[in-house]
Design a protein. Structure first.
Length: 266
């Protein structure tokens, strides 16, 4: 707070004709009275603009209300995020369970289909072998050794076809199992990445909210400290000339003089 210095020169008495030798006392200093009047006017203008203890109490109440509202908002956001994370986990577990059930049913269906095809192929081969055997036995009976060699060659060919068919079926089943295992592994990795992303996002949001609350409290504490430092210290008021003097009080610190002295000749 700054105040313009009231310029004052050598004081002139109101009655220049009065002298101290005639018993009239020292001359009245009108400049001092004008200075006191100007200072009182400045104090009456500045004091109403300063904050009071009631204003500081209202400010603390507003700050406490803002802190409570912020804590409630952060708590609500945390509960909402926990609910969303739990719902996402439940949904992912349901999808994984449904996918596993579908894969198991598909594998069972393929196995049943393959067993039916193998059974039908085996039945057809058995019937064909029986028919050929009956035919070959008749021809063997008629032809002898030549028919026996022909039956042996035909049996070898049939065994090679059956072995090749079994090998192809085993290879297809192995490739199907490897593909299913790879899909299940990739699905597990994807679920793990989704859960880790959700947890990291929730942790980042919570940390950011805590930093915002700490920053707000630090800023409000600085504001309160600044306002308290701006409050003027209590000071005694000088008595106005012409009024009865107040009861004596403890001596106050002397205020700096605002008078100006003209420089003397150098």
């Amino acid at each position: 707070m700054t105040m313009n210095a009231v310029p004052s020169g050598p004081s002139e008495p109101d009655n220049k004709r009065a002298s101290g030798a005639g018993g009239g006392g020292p001359p009245h200093d009108g400049g001092t009275e004008r200075r006191l009047t100007a200072l009182e006017t400045r104090f009456d203008t500045i004091l109403p603009t300063l904050a009071t203890k009631a204003d500081m109490g209202e400010l603390r109440l507003d700050l406490e209300t803002m802190r409570s509202e912020l804590v409630e908002k952060v708590g609500g956001s945390s509960n909402e995020l926990r609910g969303e994370t739990s719902a996402l986990g439940t949904e992912l577990r349901g999808e994984i369970g449904a996918l596993g059930t579908g894969l198991h049913e598909k594998i069972n269906g393929l196995g049943t289909e393959l067993r039916g095809e193998i059974g039908a192929l085996g039945t057809g081969l058995h019937e064909k072998i029986n028919g050929l055997g009956t035919e070959l036995r008749g021809e063997i009976s008629a032809l002898g050794i030549g028919l026996h060699e022909r039956i042996s060659a035909l049996g070898t060919e049939l065994r090679g076809e059956t072995s090749a068919l079994g090998t192809g079926l085993r290879k297809e089943i192995s490739e199907l199992g490897s593909s299913l295992r790879a899909e299940m592994k990739e699905l597990g990795k994807e679920v793990h990445r989704s859960l880790m992303t959700a947890m990291m996002w929730f942790a980042g949001f919570t940390f950011t909210a805590l930093l915002g609350v700490a920053g707000a409290f630090y800023h409000l504490n600085n504001q309160i400290t600044s306002l308290a430092a701006r409050l003027p210290p209590a000071s005694s008021v000088a008595p106005v000339p012409g009024q009865p003097a107040a009861s004596p009080a403890a001596p106050a610190s002397r205020a700096p003089s605002l008078s100006w002295t003209a420089p003397g000749p150098s």
